[in-house]
Design a protein around this ligand. Structure first.
Ligand SMILES: *Cc1c(COP(=O)(O)O)cnc(C)c1O
Length: 496
């Protein structure tokens, strides 16, 4: 099969189709990137001790050569601004430009966390307001904006749960139940918090099995950590009964809010019985992923957990906002600042752009888009769990595997066709999983182009073009990397 040009219509990154040597390999003999006049006369005695004995090891490049190198490197990335990015569980939605305008307002862009409070009233007001919005959206009114990522929020939430249990004199409750479909950060956070995890086996429908849950609940259980909708894209329809059982056993329910995109403005985790929830602002609220860390994982809790919220807390007295640092019951500060303001303001901008009346459209359009993809692909790829999905759909390679083609081959072929692959081999409970999350920001044309590409791949597989699929991606300069080797033995220094 030839690579269909039509699939490049709506997407596509071709940046990976060229090689880019490291700067030193580009360089000429003599450094010529800086054109400064030579120094007249002797270096002053105060500075002479610091004079270089050997020339600096700087690559010899002109300014345009250096600029082109870095710009070309930047094109090695596939970003949400270069193409469709259906990475399930990660909610790679478009980051609206208006968010960028908001954070670049001079009064906001240059603020410093140690400025005197009289000069930061406006920002404190915005953060106080965002806390209120997140409290209302989640149904858990007490919020900290401090945690710097979803996983950090998990740790902070569990610290609060542990503190609440300790305050009840229940230091023996240290067991955290985690479904086998959970994101890897869940057991990692529990372990980091000094707890131990016990895995719950999911039922045949990919949801929490109530009998399995009952079997594991006991007076050593601190919490159940659960994601709803879960990582298979299915709503935990027994959520109320699950929360009731956990509470009856004297434990708490930690909600992993990474999938809040499917619920926002429509249903509230707090109303379902969840006690504590982190919110990934780079998922649900359109702040950028990566670039030094996601930057925001606010945690929302109910009244019983509120005394344990981190400090400093933003309080309002009369018309004045202040950061309150002292609180005996608090788990303490969890970040060097009250929150990553640049990231949090972008989340505020996204929420404000929809407003109270329209926020539900985020979830509705995200769910609609995922079901559209599911319905276009379900005749060509095996669907492990029946029924509607929420904001992401789950397929497997079961039908392609009969032809010797696996999830990895399908994902790599998508790169040739101009798309970022979906999430592969997660959740772990499904063999050969492909988790596709289109988000609310994609048009029908983009979804169709992606589905066409997936159908092209299924066709190629059935037509016996398996050698091509095993070789894919054919277009990028770097093709199938040894990712294990790259992670275990990274080469970080250029050997002269
Ligand atoms: C993304 C994700 C996390 C971790 O969140 P980060 O913000 O990346 O630290 C946890 N759980 C689930 C289900 C996720 O999708």
């Amino acid at each position: 099969m030839s690579i269909s040009d039509t699939t490049f219509k709506y997407s596509g990154t071709v940046g990976m189709q060229h090689e880019e040597p490291v700067l030193f390999e580009h360089a000429h003999e003599a450094p010529e990137s800086i054109n400064l006049p030579g120094v007249d006369g002797d270096i002053s005695p105060e500075l002479s001790a610091f004079a270089r004995k050997t020339p600096a090891s700087i690559p010899g490049l002109s300014e345009p050569e250096a600029v082109r190198h870095f710009v070309r490197l930047s094109q090695w990335n596939h970003g949400i601004e270069t193409g469709f990015y259906p990475l399930g569980s990660c909610t790679m939605k478009y980051n609206p430009r208006v968010n960028e305008q908001v954070v670049r307002l001079p009064g906001l862009a240059h603020i410093h966390p140690d400025q005197p409070e009289e000069t930061t009233q406006g920002v404190l007001e915005l953060m106080y307001e965002l806390q209120g919005w997140l409290g209302e959206i989640s149904g858990l009114p007490y919020v900290t904006l401090q945690p710097a990522a979803g996983a950090h929020g998990e740790l902070v939430g569990l610290m609060m749960i542990r503190a609440a249990l300790d305050a009840r004199g229940q230091q023996h409750r240290r067991k955290v139940l985690v479904p086998d479909s959970a994101h890897g950060t869940n057991p990692a956070s529990a372990t980091l918090c000094g707890m131990h995890t016990v895995e719950l086996k999911s039922g045949a429908d990919g949801r929490i099995d109530l009998e399995e849950l009952k079997r594991h609940l006991d007076d050593e259980t601190a919490a159940l950590m659960m994601t709803n909708p879960n990582t298979a894209g299915a709503f935990e329809s027994d959520i109320k009964e699950i929360c009731r059982l956990v509470h009856e056993a004297g434990a708490l329910v930690y909600g992993d809010g990474a999938n809040l995109n499917a619920l926002v403005g429509v249903a509230r985790p707090g109303d379902m019985g969840i006690d504590c929830l982190h919110i990934n602002v780079h998922k649900t609220f359109s702040t950028p992923h990566g670039g030094g860390g996601p930057g925001g994982g606010p945690v929302a809790v109910n009244e019983a957990l509120a005394p344990y919220l981190p400090v400093p807390r933003i309080e309002k007295h009369g018309d004045t906002y202040s950061l309150v640092h002292s609180c005996e019951t608090s788990v303490g500060p969890v970040l060097g600042a009250p929150g990553q303001i640049g990231v949090l303001l972008r989340a505020s901008a996204y929420i404000a752009a929809f407003g109270r009346q329209h926020l539900h459209r985020i979830a509705e359009d995200a769910v609609l888009n995922a079901n559209y993809v599911l319905n276009r692909l379900k005749g060509r790829y095996h669907v492990p769990f029946d029924g509607l999905c929420k904001h992401e759909c789950l397929l497997t390679d079961e039908w392609q595997e009969k032809h010797g083609v696996k999830t990895i081959d399908i994902a790599k072929r998508l790169i040739d066709l101009g798309f970022h692959p979906m999430t592969v081999y997660f959740p772990l409970i499904v063999h050969g999983a492909m988790l596709i999350e289109p988000t609310e920001t994609e048009s029908r044309e983009t979804l169709d182009a992606f589905c066409d590409a997936m159908i092209d791949i299924a066709d190629a597989c059935e037509a016996g073009d398996t050698a091509m699929l095993h070789d894919a991606p054919l277009k990028p300069f770097r093709r199938r990397l040894d990712e294990t080797q790259a992670a275990r033995k990274p080469v970080l220094v250029w050997p002269k």
